[in-house]
Design a protein around this ligand. Structure first.
Ligand code: ATP
Length: 277
């Protein structure tokens, strides 16, 4: 979409970029060559596609309030994409529609299956007493042998860098470790699409970077796992293959992470110039 859609001024309520200590980054994942979103778009198959989605809520007075309007997007398979935008623009609502937790009023969408939604609050993610029990919890619905369950749990925990935490009581984990256990639970079920709603909101800086690094590594070693990550933190864009910027219920910009980063910085500068006049 072109930038004329952005003529109105809105405050990009995003946390400022701040620098991490270089030792915080896993160099292997952080410095992997970026896959170009534009280049991939022409050839890739898409794990997530939506056309002209709309979603409204009904007020007690009987009015309909639009939350998503004419919202379209495509996410190539196997990539980590981020969804950013001002508070209340509809990011979580869009993610819930894609997860099948909310029914849209209009439009169409497809998301590869199995798909998993991971919530913001780490304490809502883990339900079992130990890490191993929690990750194997979702496998109960399959007819797997004990060996197969153990193999899947170990592989999923390795992928998120928690292979040595198998027997740890979940109440001893940090918030970020709980989020990684939740992601491992989805991976153990051979999840193809991860829908991740502001996972780092309640985390301190170290935990925050641990979760995003674990996710990036997971996608790098997995055949075909795609993730859509809602965030307010601009520094997380460093890890993305591509990003979407949303305003007032629709996607207004899509592209490489650096393109979206520049776009948001320009909006922030313009906003600060305006309020300082
Ligand atoms: N059940 C609901 N009832 C009333 N309003 C709702 C409901 N769910 C969402 N909204 C409104 O829809 C808009 C979009 O909400 P949503 O949570 O999707 O935005 P968001 O971009 O994820 O916001 P944030 O960045 O603050 O988390 C907001 O104005 C919100 O108040």
């Amino acid at each position: 979409m072109d930038s004329s859609a952005l003529s109105h001024l809105s405050a990009p309520r995003l946390s400022p970029i701040h620098c991490f200590n270089s030792t915080d980054f896993n160099e292997r994942s952080h410095f992997l060559p970026r896959r170009s979103a534009a280049a991939t778009a022409a050839t890739a198959d898409f794990a997530i596609e939506a056309q002209n989605l709309s979603f409204s809520i009904a007020t007690r007075q009987g009015n309909s309030v639009p939350i998503l309007e004419d919202c379209s997007l495509r996410i190539p398979s196997g990539q980590l994409w981020m969804l950013l935008g001002p508070n209340g623009c509809g990011k979580s609502t869009l993610l819930k529609v894609l997860a099948g937790l909310l029914n849209p009023n209009g439009g169409t969408f497809t998301v590869k299956r199995p798909k998993s939604f991971v919530f913001q609050n780490p304490d809502h993610q883990v339900v079992m007493p130990t890490v191993e029990a929690d990750v194997s919890f979702g496998l109960g619905k399959f007819d797997f042998s004990n060996d197969e369950v153990r193999r899947r749990v170990a592989k999923a925990l390795d992928a998120v860098g928690m292979g040595s935490y198998m027997q740890r009581p979940v109440q001893t984990l940090s918030g970020g470790q709980k989020q990684r256990v939740a992601i491992a639970g989805a991976l153990a079920e051979a999840c193809k699409v991860l829908l991740l709603d502001e996972l780092t909101t309640f985390l301190d800086e170290k935990d925050q970077i641990g979760v995003i690094k674990a996710l990036k590594n997971t996608l790098d070693v997995s055949d075909d796992v795609t993730a859509l990550w809602v965030t307010h933190r601009l520094e997380e864009l460093e890890f993305a293959d591509g990003a979407l910027y949303m305003e007032k219920g629709k996607i207004v910009k899509r592209g490489d992470a650096s393109r979206i980063m520049n776009f948001i910085k320009a909006k922030q500068s313009s906003y600060f110039r305006e309020i300082n006049q």
